[in-house]
Design a protein around this ligand. Structure first.
Ligand code: BGC
Length: 351
């Protein structure tokens, strides 16, 4: 029985099993996605010596419902944190569901990762899911219709497209929470030996709860400087910013020219240079999260993850942007007459 079939043995909270979809290319590489949370469950890349699973993940609904790691989930309405679970718009204050102390994380208590999405399109290399979130859902204003599609190409590119419309102005920030380990989920190696390049010259320092302090800081002369490719472990846990979060758990604003999904904004490389992941996005920022709180989280089969087992590269608006309109990025508020559209492409290159 495959891992994907195991996932359907127990029902989701609506009493029905998950539906799982697999997209395979001609090299034999494949991705699997399930309708619960429009979750990217698996990514198996054909290497010279066989298939390599490069996503952390789980293999049962029971484990899925119990974990708080957001493995591969589609996160919304607002990915990352909203300070104090509140924001104002046009003089009106909105309170969002608080699920991390007094703050809202990843859309609240019942974020989009915890919903069953409907499949509205499927063909050999693409699947599109849709979700309706009603006015007031988790405290957010407006009826929101959101689509997310996964496309898997012959070049091992996973392109995730998001679109949304809302009937009242509301902050919208959608991302995917996949954790990558390019040496393979079963390798037992952590992600700190991977090297990383991020085309960002500023990042957002946070307090110990992960809430932005307010000002973007230049990465120069700090552990956050990934402008040149470096091993993640090189400057790991060397300053208070990281020590507060047990590692990197911070947003970077991408440099101009790297926010249009044309140029590679982020590159992750396996320590043995066998595989590389290139990320392109039209989001202005990316949260780098080195899996600092994974310890004890069950994985596939009998695996229990250690901290830093994988790395999440969450393309998004800056955290708490609804309360910080002064930051140099497009507004995170989606107007009632506008369409939210974003794309992120994860390209796996066998070297
Ligand atoms: C957050 C982490 C959090 C993780 C899982 C990341 O996006 O930045 O602080 O632990 O998601 O919830």
């Amino acid at each position: 029985m495959t891992i994907e079939q195991d996932m359907t043995l127990q029902p989701f909270s609506d009493g029905l099993p998950a539906n799982i979809f697999t997209l395979t290319n001609q090299h034999g590489s494949s991705i699997a996605i399930m309708d619960i949370g429009a979750t990217w469950l698996s990514c198996k890349i054909q290497m010279q010596d066989g298939l390599r699973e490069v996503l952390l993940g789980i293999d049962s609904m029971q484990k899925h419902l119990a974990q708080q790691a957001y493995f591969g989930a589609t996160v919304g309405r607002y990915a990352n944190r909203i300070k104090g679970g509140k924001f104002t718009n046009a003089g009106q204050c909105f309170h969002t569901a608080r699920n991390e102390g007094e703050n809202t994380l990843h859309g609240g208590i019942e974020g989009f990762d915890k919903r069953r999405w409907q499949v509205i399109h499927q063909d050999n290399n693409k699947i599109t899911f849709s979700l309706f979130s009603k006015d007031g859902d988790q405290g957010f204003p407006g009826n929101l219709s959101v689509n997310v599609s996964y496309h898997f190409s012959e070049q091992n590119e996973v392109t995730i497209d998001y679109s949304a419309v809302v009937d009242k102005c509301c902050p919208v920030n959608l991302t995917n929470h996949a954790y990558f380990n390019l040496m393979g989920d079963q390798s037992g190696l952590d992600c700190l030996s991977h090297s990383l390049q991020i085309h960002a010259d500023r990042y957002l320092p946070t307090n110990h709860n992960g809430i932005p302090l307010g000002e973007l800081q230049f990465v120069t002369n700090s552990s956050f400087d990934f402008l040149q490719k470096k091993a993640i472990q090189q400057d790991f846990l060397t300053d208070v910013q990281q020590k507060n979060q047990l590692g990197y758990d911070h947003a970077f604003i991408l440099k101009e020219g790297y926010q249009d999904a044309k140029k590679v904004a982020v590159t992750l490389t396996a320590p043995d240079a066998s595989l590389q992941l290139q990320v392109k996005t039209n989001k202005p920022a990316m949260q780098l999260y080195t899996g600092n709180f994974l310890l004890g989280t069950p994985g596939r089969a009998t695996r229990v993850y250690e901290n830093n087992a994988g790395i999440a590269l969450e393309t998004q608006y800056l955290p708490d942007a609804p309360n910080n309109p002064q930051w140099p990025q497009p507004t995170s508020f989606l107007q009632a007459d506008k369409k939210y559209q974003s794309t992120t492409c994860y390209c796996f290159r066998v070297l």
